[in-house]
Design a protein around this ligand. Structure first.
Ligand code: FAD
Length: 396
């Protein structure tokens, strides 16, 4: 019988890993991908839906080519338990599957217990996160459209690390762009738990001053202690209370629930430690973890680009290991995060990460990468091409 690989989660990490195990094993490894959602909805570009220049349909893609073209077995279900000893997993639908190697890429889940007010009935329906693209993205856009001119949109940002370091600042820019054209008396208030803008700080701050002065206000070190959803109020640890017309809470995050429940989240019970040569869990043999769920290497963002790179290092290692070979000892990963600061203009940050055998981690290659000189429409074209390329590399 062929060796069996099961992949948990058909997002950026999992779908890419499933596709590449099939391609690089030339079909000699059986791959099953388990994903509850009917379609893939991209978080990258989803802030443009909030700004109004894209629709959610533009970011919604089919997983079907993975089955049709690559022979991945797609199972629409949720994994409820993993038994690392028996090498089996259980699905909500009642099925049990066995594997030789398991790849887990469940993304993030939210630590609502840190914001107790969000656990009250109805709170999560009225105060949205929109930090997983889909229904919440569309609903937050509707709240922004319904807000009268002169209103306040406030966003809380959790302490790093969280999914997509520049994402909140791109979101603030998108909403300010929309307000500047359609509701110019309105405000965007950024309540950041961090002491400064976490990614591309000088570039974002320059854009906010030059393009959205009078609209965006940035408040660093605002550590949200709780949310009163009914009053649309964010309360800080220091006792500050901020009321908004539209309140958007990006909650603190940890590895997806299935990883935590399976004991894979061994870093502060939050993130999953991995061996960066194979992305095999440091906690459980034959289980690999990818994407946002891992305890990252220094200066490694939780991004779709990185999840794609993790997936390729992991897929190559899994094909090697199942063929009795040792994985490559010199993985090299890249990352580029583009951020739209208007409907056309973009800034980027890029880096290259190489394996350091002594420190057993991935380190930024000195002199690699960097940031844009400033926003441009040319980078806007690059950003759209980046999205088309990564979608093709993940799903087609
Ligand atoms: P995901 O892509 O979230 O995939 C996880 C999948 O696992 C989901 O489909 C989920 O349904 C499934 N799953 C979870 N639990 C189970 C279970 N128990 N059983 C079965 N399936 C399960 N990154 C960039 O590189 N560039 C950008 O421009 C960018 N912009 C962003 C903008 C926003 C607003 C946000 C929120 C994020 C952005 N990101 C960007 C970050 C990017 O979306 C994530 O880093 C990326 O999705 C991580 O991939 P992943 O595979 O870890 O998780």
């Amino acid at each position: 019988a062929k060796p069996r690989v099961v992949v948990v989660g058909g997002g950026y990490g999992g779908a890419t890993a499933a596709r590449y195990v099939r391609i690089w094993s030339e079909g000699a490894i059986d791959v099953t991908l388990i994903e509850p959602n009917a379609a893939f909805i991209s978080c990258p570009l989803s802030n443009l839906v909030l700004g109004g220049s894209r629709r959610i349909g533009d970011l919604t893609l089919s997983l079907d080519a993975l089955a049709r073209k690559h022979g991945v077995r797609l199972v629409r279900d949720t994994v409820t338990a993993i038994d690392a000893e028996k090498r089996t997993l259980s699905l909500a639908g009642g099925q049990t599957l066995s594997y030789d190697r398991l790849i887990v890429s469940p993304g993030v889940d939210f630590m609502w217990d840190q914001l107790p007010g969000m656990l009250k009935p109805g709170a999560q329906e009225s105060v949205l996160h929109a930090w997983k693209a889909g229904a919440q993205t569309v609903a937050l856009r509707a709240q922004l459209e319904a807000m009268p001119d002169g209103g306040v949109y406030a966003m809380t940002i959790p302490p790093a690390p969280y999914r997509c370091p520049p994402g909140p600042y791109e979101r603030a820019s998108q909403i300010a762009c929309y307000f500047s054209r359609h509701k110019p008396k309105s405000k965007v208030l950024i309540l950041d738990a961090n002491d400064d803008v976490v990614s591309k700080g000088p570039l974002f701050k320059k854009v906010w001053k030059e393009r959205y002065g009078g609209i965006i206000e940035y408040r660093p070190s605002f550590r949200t202690a709780d949310i009163d959803a009914a009053a649309r109020t964010a309360n800080s640890e220091l006792g500050d209370q901020v009321k908004a017309d539209v309140l958007n809470v990006i909650p603190p995050q940890r590895a997806g629930a299935i990883a935590v429940r399976s004991g894979l989240a061994n870093a502060n019970a939050r993130w999953c430690g991995v061996d960066f040569l194979s992305f095999e869990s440091t906690q459980a043999k034959n289980i690999h973890v990818l994407g946002d769920a891992i305890a990252v290497a220094p200066l490694m963002p939780k991004s779709a680009h990185m999840a794609n790179q993790h997936a390729k290092v992991c897929a190559a290692a899994v094909v090697d290991l199942l063929n009795g070979r040792a994985p490559d000892l010199h993985p090299m990963l890249t990352n580029t995060c583009y951020s739209f600061v208007s409907d056309t203009d973009v800034i980027h940050v890029a880096s290259v990460h190489a394996y350091d055998a002594e420190k057993k981690t991935l380190l930024v290659v000195s002199g690699s990468g960097g940031v844009s000189a400033g926003p441009s429409a040319l980078e806007g074209e690059y950003a759209m091409n980046w999205a088309r390329n990564i979608w093709a590399d993940t799903l087609s």
